[in-house]
Unconditional design. Structure first.
Length: 205
């Protein structure tokens, strides 16, 4: 069994021949022509034409209260889920894009206040990952943090940014049901809740 400790190829192993922006806005769309090294071959790939979506770095945090054994999740309308069979109002962890040159840690603390009114304690970094590397360059930083959560949720968000966010306070015992009722539809919430379930199991052993 091989343990992969480093990538087979790196940045010097591909060549961009042409690139042009098709759209610039909050996101950008760029068209690239490139080729790259191939596994187990001495030849290069044929010329490839790809569209690349540029999106700012983002960060999210799963906030939980070990005393009350509750977690904070939010629900909001998402254009990317407009064709979802259940609902475009997605259940998520608190998250947002980095504002200017702010760090991921500052971002999640700001978003926690805006989207839940919660002041979080020390952050624990879980993963940094590309949610959709096949087409998008967004890098997502995932954290967990403890906080003194309220008993009930509420409505939050920055109104002039078009945010209308519902905060849900959910008990640890209800987490397994979230994995079977079809409401978990994005990677950060699934990864964070799996981490929490594992952490709870380890502590109870």
């Amino acid at each position: 069994m091989t343990i992969i400790q480093q990538a087979t190829f790196c940045k010097k192993d591909f060549k961009i021949h042409q690139r042009e922006y098709l759209y610039r806005g909050f996101i950008g769309v760029e068209k690239l022509s490139l080729n790259h090294h191939l596994f187990n071959k001495t030849t290069e790939s044929p010329m490839l034409n790809r569209e690349l979506i540029h999106r700012p770095e983002a960060a999210g945090v799963l906030i939980y209260d070990p005393q009350k054994q509750t977690i904070a999740l939010i629900e909001q309308f998402r254009i990317g889920a407009i064709e979802d069979d259940i609902s475009p109002w997605q259940l998520e962890i608190i998250a947002g894009v980095l504002d200017g040159d702010e760090s991921p840690e500052i971002c999640v603390r700001r978003e926690a206040l805006e989207e839940s009114g919660c002041q979080i304690n020390e952050l624990q970094h879980l993963f940094s990952f590309y949610p959709s590397a096949g087409a998008c360059d967004e890098l997502f930083h995932l954290y967990t943090a403890q906080a003194d959560l309220p008993v009930e949720g509420g409505i939050f968000g920055v109104e002039n940014e078009g945010e209308n966010i519902k905060l849900h306070i959910i008990h640890f015992q209800d987490i397994p049901n979230l994995f079977t009722n079809g409401r978990l539809r994005n990677a950060p919430i699934i990864m964070a809740l799996q981490w929490l379930q594992n952490a709870i199991t380890i502590k109870s052993v």
